[in-house]
Design a protein around this ligand. Structure first.
Ligand code: NAP
Ligand code: ZN
Length: 347
């Protein structure tokens, strides 16, 4: 066992505190990673605060991990000491079911092992990236291409893949009109990726405060959803809308912005239900769908795509003792556009 420094939630309501956790010994197929950066995803906040149900404390979240390999197990073939690597939202899965075999481990029928709030094959609770080191089975360790700096790459491991996957699946590309709802961590990656896929991109944000940034990130248009005229102007316009909002939105209002056969894909995961009016779907043959991160193969494809297109997250690097303040700013939609923890400050 390796004892490492970490930052943990101790209850749904108290601030996160410094602590230590145990990492397992490096097994034959394992990789030990010295974490350099860990992004702060809104899912970390939902989890720590019990939004999605009760969790066990202390809880070390963080599933946007970038670092360097410092040790490999005897049977490891995919990675070497010194490699630049990443770990996202999963650290294991059964490896045998139809979804694992298809490279869609996020849908493993036995349940993938979450990077945090999961139970590893050793029966112990998993702990995430707000820590200095992590031990992960090699199949769930991604390679970070040379062209991507580790700090801007870390958020790609969740925010990047969670937007890349539905954009890919629903065919964002030339001639397609794509809207991204919410310009936060996921949203700002969605805009960059959809633009790089050559779609016509519109941001639907609560206000016009971040308009300049949105256009710089690759959006062609930017609208405030607080202005009711937006919904009149854009009615029936989009082929695809990616909803990244962490709170409940009026889904039916957004469905009315879809063209016939358009799809609204929710990746935002508020704890409360999203209510759909059947007629909002029926009267336009529209779809309302969801999407969960992406498989390991697609995550590597996304990292390579981002390197090729020179895309990364826009980040604000924070020290460990600024995590609680960063949480408050994320909750206030005051993030431009991902907080990333400098793991050296956890020591
Ligand atoms: P974030 O950085 O907080 O961004 C969310 C954005 O939504 C905000 O920046 C804000 O954008 C908008 N927003 C927030 N509250 C709103 C409200 N009450 N009404 C309308 N818009 C609001 O969060 P994130 O890290 O991108 O995560 C977003 C959501 O995706 C979370 O629920 C997270 O748990 C979920 N998630 C899902 C997956 C998956 O696999 N499906 C993976 C990762 C995260 P504007 O200021 O531009 O309006
Ligand atoms: Zn996440």
């Amino acid at each position: 066992m390796l004892t490492v420094n970490a930052y943990a939630a101790v209850s749904p309501t108290e601030p996160l505190v410094p602590t230590t956790i145990e990492r397992r010994d490096v097994g034959p197929h394992d990789v030990l990673i010295e974490i350099k950066y860990a992004g702060i995803c809104h899912s970390d906040i939902h989890t720590n605060r019990g939004d999605w149900g009760p969790v066990t404390y202390p809880m070390v979240t963080g599933h946007e991990i970038a670092g360097i390999v410092t040790q490999v197990g005897s049977a490891v073939t995919k990675h070497d000491v010194g490699d630049r690597v990443g770990v996202g939202c999963m650290v294991d899965s059964c490896g045998e079911c139809r979804y694992c075999l298809a490279g869609e481990e996020q849908f493993c029928v036995k349940g993938n092992v979450g990077t945090y709030a999961g139970i590893g094959k050793d029966g112990l609770p998993t702990h995430g990236g707000y820590s200095t080191h992590i031990v992960v089975t090699e199949a769930f360790v991604l390679s970070i291409p040379d062209g991507l700096a580790l700090d801007v790459a870390a958020p790609l491991l969740c925010a990047g893949i969670t937007t890349y996957s539905p954009l890919n699946r629903w065919g964002a590309g030339p001639g397609k009109k794509v809207a991204v709802v919410g310009l936060g961590g996921l949203g700002h990656m969605g805009v960059q990726i959809a633009h790089a896929m050559s779609a016509e991109v519109t941001v639907l944000s609560q206000s016009l405060k971040k308009q300049e940034d949105g256009l710089r990130l690759g959006a062609d248009h930017y609208y405030a959803t607080s202005n009711p005229e937006t919904f009149e102007t854009l009615a029936g316009s989009f082929d695809l809308i990616i909803n990244t909002v962490s709170a409940v939105i009026d889904v039916n209002a957004y469905l009315s912005l879809l063209a016939i056969d358009g799809a609204l894909v929710s990746v935002g995961a508020p704890p409360e239900p999203l209510a759909v009016n059947a007629f909002a779907l029926i009267l336009g043959r529209r779809s309302f769908a969801g999407s969960a991160i992406g498989g390991i193969r697609e995550t590597q494809e996304m990292l390579n795509f981002c390197a090729e297109h020179q895309l990364g997250a826009e980040i604000e690097v924070v020290a460990a003792d600024q995590i609680n303040e960063a949480y408050e700013r994320v909750l206030a939609s005051d993030v431009r556009y991902r907080f990333v923890i400098d793991a050296a400050t956890l020591s």
